[in-house]
Write a protein that binds this ligand. Structure first.
Ligand code: FES
Length: 156
């Protein structure tokens, strides 16, 4: 079974100091888990459930609800294209198609070298700069196919 590192244990201890119940700390503890393991496997969900004294089913429900928790390994560059209405109206679909063509993968896939994972997500609260995507923790906005080409060239 998966185990938290000493660093993660300390972070979780600190998080728990700020919440009235262990269950209330589920979202930040899942972040700690994802940071350590890179994604949230069923084994990691069990570990989180055990750590917080809650049911694995509850953890599973939360992990599967939020797209920011990864349920399979992702590449070193995780590209998440927003496709909610404002971004869709501004061309998110053609941005996605351009990325699929350039990377040679479809949405939900990772390149064989593990460099890129391409996903779609709901609104990332940056509608005023649509179309946009998130690259790991950074936003890339007002996208055009040319900007995508520049971005990919810088990442390869
Ligand atoms: S719709 Fe894309 S950021 Fe809001």
């Amino acid at each position: 079974m998966a185990e938290f590192s000493e660093i993660s244990k300390k972070e979780i201890e600190e998080i728990l100091n700020h919440y009235p119940t262990k269950q209330a700390a589920l979202l930040p503890v899942l972040w700690v888990a994802q940071e350590q393991f890179g994604w949230i496997s069923e084994g990691v969900m069990d570990l989180v459930a055990q750590t917080l004294d809650i049911s694995p089913a509850h953890v599973y429900g939360v992990v599967t609800f939020y797209t920011m928790y990864y349920r399979k390994p992702v590449g070193r560059c995780h590209i998440q294209v927003c496709r909610t209405l404002p971004c869709a109206l501004m061309g998110a679909e053609s941005i996605l198609e351009h990325l699929e063509k350039k990377l040679g993968i479809k949405e939900g896939e990772t390149t064989p070298d593990g460099q890129f994972t391409l996903s779609t997500v709901e609104c990332l609260a940056s509608c005023g700069t649509a179309p946009m995507l998130r690259l790991n923790e950074e936003y890339r906005e007002n996208l055009t196919p040319e900007k995508i080409d520049q971005l990919l060239a810088a990442l390869k």
